[in-house]
Design a binder for this molecule. Sequence first.
Ligand SMILES: [Fe+2]
Ligand SMILES: [Fe+2]
Length: 337
Amino acid sequence: MTNNDISLRTDADGLVHLPGLPSFDPTDIAENAVISRLAGNWRRRATVKRDEPDLDALFDADRADYPERIIPFRDHPTWQALPDELRSRLLSWAWIAYNRHTVLAEQRVANPAFALVMEGEFPGLGEHDMEIALAQAMVDEQYHSLMHISASALTRRKRKHAFPDRVLPDSHTARTHQLLRAQWTERWQRSLTTLAFATVSEISINAYLDLLADDPDIQVVNSTTARLHNRDEYCHASISDEMAKLVYDVLDADKRRFFLDMLVAGLDAFVATDYASWTAILAAEQVPGADRMIADVQADKSSSRLVRDYTGLHSLMSEMDVLGEVDFDWGLAEVKK
Ligand SMILES: [Fe+2]
Ligand SMILES: [Fe+2]
């Protein structure tokens, strides 16, 4: 059998074995109450089921496309000396990159992980109401990709500027996920890596979307896009939370350790400021002194994280009783425990 074969093997007790993963009882149809409730109310709550807002009508050229307060070099003299028009265009770029990163999180991490679970990659997971909840979540994620792609298209049209996606490197999270998967030799390692990154993404994306969703000053189209997306993600966070606990429960000690390591790697990647994207954007706009400005800010570790709310993953790890086994600087989240 190769590492890519996942064939079912049943022992004398009727338990099913998959290579690299623990056995499970396929006749146990116990449903998870959280998953069942979410699967049942999807048609009433999902953004994809609602009428689309008239995005064009919401556009206001005088508003910034992205909050300057979360630009990592907002206080740097080079940034502050830039002409208003260029600074405004760079904020539009930040919004285009934010959309691109969100789309990559959906396409490269969230939906592949949901598909793995639906296909039965993790024993005991992905059947009954969970299958329905995951199929719904995959529709949500595809719709979120469309929402963010449409939002970037609107920005390009209204700002009369190309802002081509091809200028941007893949997001830091997408690159890290890909690099890790490429280095593993075992299928279960790759599958748990994708599940761990999706768990982090699904549980932490609320904090990422919140960076824009409640901002009263930016483009209303943009905060509305983030807010509508966020509504669905509160439910995905619950689904991912349950999935992570169910998987962790049935892993052996080595695979538990591996899963925790991948959760931390995912969180480190997800919350990081994406300097590669900024380097590309500033080069495309030929911003004078950009390299120096980025080097100055990168040297200041207080700017290294864009997302600073880790409470979602902190509470998951607290419920899993593994906080003592992971090495992550939780900052304020630790205080809220
Ligand atoms: Fe999403
Ligand atoms: Fe999601």
